[in-house]
Design a protein around this ligand. Structure first.
Ligand code: GLP
Length: 261
């Protein structure tokens, strides 16, 4: 796993978006994995700018979101499908029907998970997956104690995650859904490349566990240590609890020409 410490979230977004843009320039038919939360915002802004400048197109691409709340109305602004539409999809040239999210509105939630995994497989699997991380080490909505092998499934959200996400619901935790339909860690690990961005001191413990802790479902993101092509891009505050910061800086500054994200 490559660990890259950048000076701020802007620099992180620059690095991550450049890698994604390169990928779509070389292979326009690629499949992009999308995350919600505030961490990827800068990436999406840069992807939109690159599209507007004619540097990249998503006309041949597919996209799959990581997760979706259960219990929100179809037009709720915090339904992740609507969030991604606002932040990215409607501003670029994805073909209609090519940006998917787990169906949190499904009547049959038990079969909605496996159906979503099949859809991802049918598109050829995710090539580049953008990830954020929760303060408790969750990725997508795989909370501590999650299965490393699970496919897309229903997860109950922890009090911590609902408290963290209350800022998107007028600060009112009672408005935050209690459940979500989320890609499982097994699904996420099948993506060919993972790019995580994390900023701020609130993420420092989760990042220290993810990069240097033992692989454990107590910190679900630690499964990324087993991924063959993963990058963790963190600002100095999020990196502050890492023991080997000097080495990560040294390795990135002295990377060879062919070494990209
Ligand atoms: C939510 C999302 C995750 C995201 C996390 C962190 O719980 N389901 O995919 O990584 O929030 O969000 P933020 O980037 O806003 O800190």
């Amino acid at each position: 796993m490559r660990v890259i410490i950048v000076k701020d979230d802007d620099a992180g977004a620059q690095l991550a978006s450049a890698a994604i843009i390169r990928r779509f320039q070389r292979q326009p038919k690629s499949v992009l994995g999308l995350a919600t939360g505030s961490s990827p915002l800068g990436i999406y802004q840069r992807l939109i700018a690159a599209y507007e400048n004619g540097e990249v197109s998503f006309a041949d691409a597919w996209a799959f979101q990581l997760d979706e709340y259960i219990g929100l109305d179809a037009n709720h602004p915090q339904l992740y499908r609507n969030v991604i539409d606002e932040l990215l999809a409607k501003h670029v040239d994805f073909q209609p029907g090519r940006v998917h999210a787990p169906d949190g509105l499904a009547r049959d939630l038990a079969s909605a998970g496996p159906a979503y995994d099949e859809l991802i497989e049918a598109a050829g699997g995710v090539d580049v997956q953008i990830l954020g991380i929760g303060t408790d080490g969750h990725i997508a909505f795989n909370e501590p104690g999650a299965s490393f092998a699970a496919g897309t499934h229903v997860e109950a959200l922890t009090e911590q995650t609902r408290t963290d996400n209350a800022r998107f619901f007028d600060g009112d935790i009672t408005q935050v859904p209690t459940h979500a339909l989320t890609q499982g860690l097994g699904t996420i690990m099948r993506a060919r490349q993972l790019i995580m961005v994390a900023n701020g001191e609130g993420k420092a413990e989760a990042i220290a566990q993810l990069v240097e802790g033992p692989v454990s479902v107590s910190w679900p993101a630690t499964i990324m240590q087993h991924h063959p092509h993963a990058a963790v891009i963190v600002d100095e505050a999020a990196a502050s609890k890492l023991q080997r910061q000097d080495f990560y800086r040294h390795a990135w500054e002295n990377r060879l020409d062919f070494q990209e994200l």
